[in-house]
Design a protein. Structure first.
Length: 112
């Protein structure tokens, strides 16, 4: 099993969710996060004054998936979250040792 963690632009969430729905992903977790990468923040204007925003708002999308589904999930995220500009985000894939559904005590891929 894999844990797929994607850091995406907030305005791309509905596109990502729609694409994941098309391939049958039944559960995702969304967290509002802030950070920076190569772009090191950005400049905004407020009442005529410019100021540097060091931490850019992003969304963290987490999906637990079977090994066989991981590549199609990653492809769906890339297609739907990509704008071609710096700051599109990153995808991290890690191994999951175990998943347990609390309600039924199901374990492993049955719990997904």
């Amino acid at each position: 099993m894999k844990l797929i963690t994607a850091i995406i632009r907030p305005h791309k969430l509905e596109d990502v969710r729609s694409e994941l729905d098309k391939i049958g992903v039944c559960g995702i977790t969304i967290t509002e996060v802030k950070g920076y990468g190569k772009q090191k923040g950005h400049i905004e204007n407020y009442r005529g004054a410019e100021y540097l925003v060091n931490y850019v708002p992003k969304l963290k999308v987490e999906i637990a998936a079977a090994d066989s589904d991981a590549n199609k999930i990653v492809d769906a995220i890339i297609v739907s979250a990509k704008t071609g500009s710096t700051g599109d985000g990153k995808i991290f894939i890690t191994n999951l040792e175990e998943v347990i559904r609390i309600r039924t005590n199901e374990c492993g891929s049955d719990a997904l």
